[in-house]
Design a protein around this ligand. Structure first.
Ligand code: HMG
Ligand code: MG
Length: 303
């Protein structure tokens, strides 16, 4: 076991969490959510995406949200940019980090960004170069690293190949994503191992959706390898519009509880985080998906 002493969480609720919502979530609500998340101590927040509004209407207010948040020193604000058009639009909002997003599965690449894996890398290369020239950090999200909704199981070699391609174009760190939450601990570890051929552990993060209830186990499996960067979504919000049936990411509250219980520091105030989760759950008129938030909320109201 190679457990880290501290973990850095990238909160993806405002982006991955809300991108799939059918009801309109006003920019003001997204802004308030981001402000509450950073008040809870989160130091990295994935705020929005600069993608086609025809493909993902919920993210059409990207510039308005970026302009409305209160930027705190020491907090990194990231946005998704699939191509140069998205990057150029994002640049006006001055993100600290941009995210190019590819897939280990050909079919998912086509469904999600309308091109093959090879074409996606060709599109990302000038985006990565332009971002780095502008002093903006670059992360690469790797979708479907254990399973694909269209192709089924994904071999670790395909993850390794995508990680190599991302490295070659100058991506600085990558997310090993289980987009549809089908992974189990050993499969996730194989995907991370394949990524380690090209990125060291400091530059690999885990991004686990919880569709099959495996995301916390997968988080623990990654922690045991020494991974110390994870993405999670407050209240377990979300899912990808191009991965039907996939539910949200592992809830940030649940990950924080797991980590604090293991003596691993996150810098996050769990009570404030639960309030942020309650805020967005109230707006969506849905109970939170976080088991920890439910339990602690019940305890709070009982006392
Ligand atoms: P396309 O149709 O092939 O693009 O879409 P195109 O270049 O042919 O352009 C078509 C139209 O879109 C044009 O407009 C462009 O101007 C416009 P029209 O002339 O028809 O009016 N367009 C744009 N508009 C705004 N921003 C842009 C942009 N680019 C083109 N950046 C494209 C290709 C990539 C744009 C499209 O497929 C797309 O937007 N896909 C988004 C998919 C998405 O956001 N998925 C969810 C995020 S990924 C995810 O959730 C997974 C992750 O969480 C990790 C995991 O869990 O696996 C990260
Ligand atoms: Mg995701």
């Amino acid at each position: 076991m190679n457990l880290p002493h501290q973990v850095k969480l990238v909160e993806v609720g405002p982006r991955d969490g809300l991108q799939n919502e059918k009801q309109t979530v006003p920019a003001a609500v997204k802004i308030e959510l981001v402000n509450r998340l950073q008040a809870a101590g989160l130091k990295e927040i994935e705020v929005t995406s600069f993608v086609s509004p025809k493909w993902v209407p919920q993210m059409a207010d990207n510039a308005e949200v970026m302009a409305g948040i209160t930027r705190l020193p020491g907090v990194r604000y990231s946005v998704l940019t699939p191509n140069l058009k998205g990057f150029e639009a994002a640049l006006l909002s001055q993100p600290d980090e941009i995210v190019v997003f590819g897939a280990a599965s050909e079919a998912f690449s086509q469904k999600n960004i309308n091109c093959s894996i090879a074409e996606s890398i060709e599109r990302f290369a000038p985006v990565v170069a332009a971002a780095r020239a502008a002093g903006i950090s670059v992360r690469g999200a790797m979708s479907c690293t254990v399973g694909c909704p269209y192709e089924g199981d994904i071999a670790p070699e395909r993850v390794g190949r995508l990680a190599r391609l991302m490295k070659e174009i100058g991506v600085q760190r990558v997310d090993v994503a289980d987009t549809i939450g089908v992974g189990t601990p050993l499969k996730v570890q194989r995907a991370i191992e394949a990524t380690q051929a090209h990125f060291d552990l400091d530059h690999i993060s885990g991004h686990f959706h919880d569709t099959y209830g495996q995301a916390l186990s997968n988080t623990l499996a990654a922690l045991q390898m020494g991974v110390w960067n994870f993405q999670s979504s407050v209240a377990g919000l979300g899912g990808c519009p191009y991965a039907k049936g996939a539910t949200g990411n592992v809830a940030t509250e649940d990950v924080v509880y797991l980590l604090h219980g293991m003596g691993i520091e996150t810098g996050v105030d769990l009570d404030k985080l639960i309030d942020a989760g309650q805020f967005i759950s109230d707006f969506l008129q849905r109970p939170t998906h976080s088991r920890v938030a439910k339990a602690l909320f019940t305890k709070r109201t009982a006392s």
